[in-house]
Ligand binder design. Structure first.
Ligand SMILES: [Zn+2]
Length: 411
């Protein structure tokens, strides 16, 4: 039996005026997902506990079958694993965004204009991060350049008792109230503030402004934590598997769970991503012997963060056609498989950040534990009238074990 998960990050949404009162999932043309929903088991899953941060890290950890209340130790250590950076037990990893702040002075009066610096290219970002490292790094600190605006700071013996804010949660807001607080917060504040003294005039940024792009005017540190210790997916389910994602966070989750992280050329994490290649690489992993493949597509979430309903509809349609559609036709070569299409959390266009409502999942062929309901379509309302998994991490048990007790299947 082959198991495939296709996850469209942040797809669920609210009814939007600009879409005639429909949600992007209702408005988008999604023949493949609707076909699956007509024949499959459709319900919803609560992936983010009320006491946890509403992040893709927590949500994807739950979807992968791990209880975040027990295993979650911060976002950046997962990203470090995805970037191939091995943390020592005393290391604290922090996400280092390149962001666009307004020109207001002093620093705390600046406004968070763009958490992604206009989705700056990796090549440009690497120059800037190197400059930050050369000018500001203290003993025991190391900067690692990542993809686009997403980078990493590892701080040997650093504190985790910090209150740090994800920059995508404060778009359009003055940053003062959201600057680092807690143990040794002044160290991080200095790095952030001083970066804004030389980044705006860096040649990379001058060129970006000339070409009509946003400048990366400051670093922004958040998501701190130490290396997590997950039981391996193999121990849990007896399956060997792979994870495919453009996002280091999801790759790293897979790595921490003992899955193989597969690099796909052209996977960017935004609308320009090569959707079809993800499906093709996923199918190849199955041919090469993987029992389980987890394909994560970031683009709908990015569109939600940018508050762009049209772009979100487009991302959902591309996910449907080029990932789900390709999988539907490609999976026919395997005698037995089970496919789950789902999301991790809503990223509603009006709020431009993640929310905690349960999200849709669809399993085909159905497990048989819940009836296939008439009139199935892949959208929020239909999902909400089906079964609900209150503890998100139990959905993977259900998907893989299909109603069997875990003890019967796993030795
Ligand atoms: Zn997400």
């Amino acid at each position: 039996m082959k198991y495939i998960v296709a996850l469209g990050d942040g797809m669920p949404d609210y009814p939007l005026e600009e879409l005639g009162g429909k949600t992007p999932l209702q408005y988008a043309r999604t023949p493949h997902m609707d076909r699956l929903a007509a024949d499959g088991e459709v319900g919803s899953v609560k992936t983010i506990d009320e006491t946890m941060p509403a992040g893709s890290d927590v949500a994807n950890m739950a979807v992968l079958g791990y209880n975040p209340l027990r295993f979650y130790s911060g976002r950046a250590p997962l990203e470090a694993a995805g970037m191939g950076v091995d943390l020592e037990p005393s290391d604290v990893a922090l996400r280092c965004n390149l962001v666009t702040l307004s020109d207001d002075e002093p620093y705390e009066k600046k406004v968070m204009v763009d958490y992604s610096s206009g989705e700056i290219s990796s090549a440009e970002a690497h120059e800037l991060i190197n400059e930050v490292a050369v000018k500001l790094r203290e003993d025991g600190q190391a900067f690692y350049p990542g993809m686009s605006y997403r980078h990493l700071l590892v701080w040997q013996g650093g504190p985790v008792e910090l209150v740090l804010t994800p920059p995508h949660d404060i778009t359009g807001k003055e940053i003062g109230p959201y600057l680092p607080q807690g143990k040794q917060c002044e160290v991080l504040l200095r790095l952030m503030q001083e970066s804004s003294s030389f980044l705006p005039s860096h040649p990379v940024n001058r060129r970006r402004l000339q070409n009509g792009f946003r400048a990366a005017t400051s670093i922004w540190l958040w998501g701190q934590g130490k290396k997590p210790s997950l039981d391996s997916f193999r121990e849990k389910y007896g399956l060997e598997g792979s994870v495919i994602s453009a996002v280091d966070l999801v790759k790293g989750l897979g790595v921490c769970a003992g899955l193989k992280a597969v690099d796909v050329p052209g996977a960017t994490g935004n609308i320009e991503t090569d959707f079809k290649a993800k499906a093709a690489y996923g199918l190849q992993e199955l041919r090469d012997g993987a029992d389980f493949v987890y394909i994560h597509v970031e683009a709908p979430d990015e569109a939600g963060h940018h508050g762009d309903a049209g772009l979100k509809v487009q991302a959902i349609e591309e996910f449907d056609e080029k990932v789900v559609g390709e999988l539907r036709s490609g999976l026919k070569e395997f005698p037995e498989y089970r496919l789950m299409v789902l999301s991790d959390h809503p990223t509603p266009v009006p709020v431009r950040t993640h929310t905690r409502e349960p999200v849709i999942y669809c399993i085909t062929p159905p497990t048989g534990l819940f009836p296939v309901r008439m009139g199935g379509v892949f959208e929020e309302t239909f999902a909400a009238s089906g079964p609900l998994f209150e503890q998100g991490y139990t959905l993977m048990d259900h998907f893989i074990l299909g109603g069997k007790q875990r003890g019967e299947q796993i030795k």
